[in-house]
Design a protein around this ligand. Structure first.
Ligand SMILES: O=C(O)CCC(=O)C(=O)O
Length: 298
């Protein structure tokens, strides 16, 4: 049988990406997932989306879906993908560990994703420093444009206040269900920047950055997989690690779309468990977790 090999990944300027992540709170790295990895990840995403029903879609209408990766061991090869380690290294984010992830998939006609930021440790002084405690990798399974619901964000808001901070209570159920489509949390903002991608690119986003997504006006599903990682996890303050450990264990969090489920990568069946073990956050021991404060404090 003839084997086809993937073309080499595109070159990218690591220094420029590093600077952009520091100054604007995000960067786009092209072609991290090759065609083979994309195909396998798409299949895992489709299976995960087949496991949810209309009630889930209604509860998470703004996101489109919010399916925990922890419930689907088929995402093990994605978490362990060698391209991430290389990317983190070049971005100057060594010893980065994985805590959680979600399949966030906008169906055709899906509304905008509300403006929000995802950091929860605002009481900790590290929140106002250059060091990044948590990044999202956004992995889109299709090319994205303004038409099909690409990411949009407000550059620099990971380090400075912005009026959108005042109106958004991230992950409020009224926003997730889009009870009021005229809420400013869904509207375009003059400061917004679109981040369209080619499938296989990774958008790296500082958890503190204000972001959202355009409505999906196309006739096709627009699927994203968000993976949360923690640069220099072992060097983070113990209270932050204790809270990240709780998130990983699916304890006391406000974004687990499947409360009561307890599956997580360290109890996945083999061989998936072994595949991801080197990349997972670890138990910091008996430490009081950082308070869960989602409201930014500058
Ligand atoms: O689905 C998207 O485009 C963005 C997802 C997102 O904002 C998030 O996971 O925090």
């Amino acid at each position: 049988m003839q084997r086809t090999s993937n073309p080499p990944p595109p070159a990218w300027d690591a220094e420029a990406a590093r600077r952009r992540l520091a100054s604007d709170g995000f960067c786009r790295v092209p072609g991290v997932l090759d065609a083979t990895a994309l195909q396998a990840t798409r299949a895992a995403a489709v299976a995960a989306l087949n496991s949810i029903g209309a009630d889930h879609r209604a509860q998470w209408r703004s996101q489109g879906s919010l399916v925990p990766v922890a419930d689907h061991p088929s995402f093990a090869p994605l978490i362990a993908h060698s391209g991430f380690g290389e990317m983190f290294r070049r971005l100057g984010l060594p010893r980065t560990r994985f805590s959680s992830g979600y399949v966030i998939s906008k169906p055709p006609g899906g509304p905008a994703l509300f403006w929000h930021q995802d950091w929860w440790g605002w009481q900790h002084p590290l929140s106002r420093e250059g060091r990044i405690a948590q990044v999202a990798l956004f992995l889109y399974m299709t090319d994205t444009t303004r038409e099909n619901g690409c990411l949009r964000l407000i550059p620099g808001t990971h380090r400075r206040p912005h009026p959108l901070h005042d109106l958004v209570d991230a992950h409020d159920p009224t926003l997730a269900e889009v009870r009021n489509p005229d809420d400013a949390a869904f509207a375009s903002h003059p400061d917004e920047v679109d981040v369209p991608v080619t499938a296989g690119d990774v958008v790296v986003v500082d958890a503190r950055l204000i972001h959202g997504a355009h409505p999906n006006r196309s006739g096709r599903e627009r699927t994203n997989i968000t993976l949360w990682w923690h640069p220099d996890y072992d060097g983070l303050p113990a209270s932050l690690r204790a809270r990240i450990w709780q998130v990983y264990r699916r304890e006391e969090i406000d974004t687990d779309a499947a409360p009561g489920r307890t599956l997580r990568p360290d109890i996945w069946p083999e061989p998936q468990r072994s595949q991801v073990t080197p990349f997972l956050v670890t138990d910091p021991g008996p430490v009081t977790p950082e308070p869960w404060i989602r409201t930014p404090r500058y």
